[in-house]
Design a protein around this ligand. Structure first.
Ligand code: NI
Length: 394
């Protein structure tokens, strides 16, 4: 059975996939600066025997694996390659050697796993019809997102990609588990910048000043109503103000206050309308209190939607591969992810690879200095993704 052969090969190459992961982990590079990473990936692809490799979005790569009737259908598999500006605190032999830079979001895992998948698909290329486009994407962690740049450069065209699949590590699932969710999965993530301009002065004479602190307090609580009184109750939305700066003192009212926050939701139309409401609400309150404001909503990634038919098909293929007991249905996850750009263009599915192991003390969250994975997950990741791809192409 092909599935058993894939499992066997995935196990057999796990040691090598872990070597790749550790090399990347030790040599992380920030978003859009992944030049060493890019040449490393290229050399690993060439080792496999894959020679159709193109540069895309400057530090990204796109490689093709052709099966029988290669023009019949093309699906894409995506792995992101960039790291984060975090100083690693794990005491491991493969600890990051680049000060202040760390693979704290598992992109080393996504890329090494995808290279393992490439090796398996290349070996079994006589067993499927159509082609697989491997996308090694830079700059997931930084606006405008490497995905948007690659799409602009035509990564989903020539040959046209009918479906795209992405995998992300998940420290809330045990190694061995795989998570899926159909429909809306990850949030759009937009940045809010508000400047309230009043008139500073002595704290004893508020009537002679325009107090931007008091106005900001109104805004912070009032902005919650943009969400609670305007979003459909069925539509998850989050508005959080995470920073407020006003440099007065016990007896000084400052001239201005600056705030920053985030707005997240799962529907593009509502997202646009919410942006307008945020600006109008701030302007209305601030003007009524005699001050001025500058409000900017900086657009981040759109929301990530998992195509129902594709996700259902992938989920049942995963059940075949890891067993029903190891497939988990996920809740929505209000973080942002630039894979969302692909999901706005073509049918997509983004699933989760469990990486936690409490017995080994591996349970730190993503984007923290102690994030790590149970590398047992790398026995499953490569073969599973190969199997998902082949079931789409059979
Ligand atoms: Ni990530």
């Amino acid at each position: 059975m092909l599935i058993d052969d894939i499992k066997a090969l995935s196990n057999e190459i796990a040691e090598d996939v872990i070597r790749i992961r550790r090399h990347m982990h030790q040599n992380p590079e920030l978003s859009f600066e992944e030049t060493e990473t890019q040449s490393f990936i290229r050399s690993e692809l060439e080792k496999i025997g894959i020679d159709d490799i193109k540069t895309c979005a400057n530090t990204g790569l796109v490689a093709m694996i052709r099966g029988k009737n290669p023009d019949k259908k093309t699906i894409a598999l995506r792995g992101d390659i960039d790291a984060l500006p975090i100083q690693e605190e794990n005491d491991v032999e493969y600890k990051s050697q680049n000060v202040g830079v760390m693979h704290a979001c598992g992109h080393d895992v996504h890329t090494s796993s995808l290279l393992g998948t490439a090796r398996i698909l290349h070996q079994f290329r006589e067993h499927f019809e159509g082609s697989v486009k491997l996308i090694f994407q830079p700059g997931e962690e930084k606006l405008p997102g490497g995905a948007s740049l690659m799409i602009k450069e035509g990564v989903l065209k020539d040959p046209d990609v009918s479906t795209i699949v992405g995998q992300h590590v998940m420290p809330l699932l045990d190694a061995g588990q795989i998570g899926f969710r159909s429909g809306m999965y990850m949030a759009s993530a937009d940045e809010i910048y508000i400047k309230v301009i009043g008139k500073g002065g002595h704290g004893a004479h508020p009537h002679m000043n325009i107090d931007p602190i008091a106005i900001s307090a109104q805004l912070i609580t009032g902005l919650q109503q943009v969400v609670s009184r305007n979003a459909k109750p069925s539509m998850p939305s989050v508005l959080s103000i995470g920073r407020i700066e006003g440099y007065g003192s016990t007896n000084v009212i400052p001239d201005e206050v600056n705030m920053q926050g985030t707005f997240r939701t799962f529907d593009e139309e509502w997202r646009e309308r919410a942006h307008k409401l945020i600006v109008e609400y701030c302007e209305g309150i601030v003007t009524s209190m005699g001050a001025k404001c500058e409000v900017e909503v900086r657009k981040g990634y759109p929301h990530l939607k998992n195509d129902q038919a594709i996700t259902a098909a992938m989920r049942s293929a995963a059940v075949e591969y890891v067993g029903e007991e190891n497939v988990v249905d996920l809740e929505i996850w209000p973080a942002g992810e630039d894979f969302a750009f692909y999901s706005q263009e073509i049918p997509a599915t983004f699933y989760r690879l469990g990486t936690r192991n409490r017995d080994k003390g591996i349970d730190a969250m993503l984007h923290t200095p102690r994030f790590n994975i149970d590398e047992e997950a790398l026995k499953i990741g490569p073969g599973l993704m190969a199997w998902l791809a082949i079931t789409q192409l059979q």
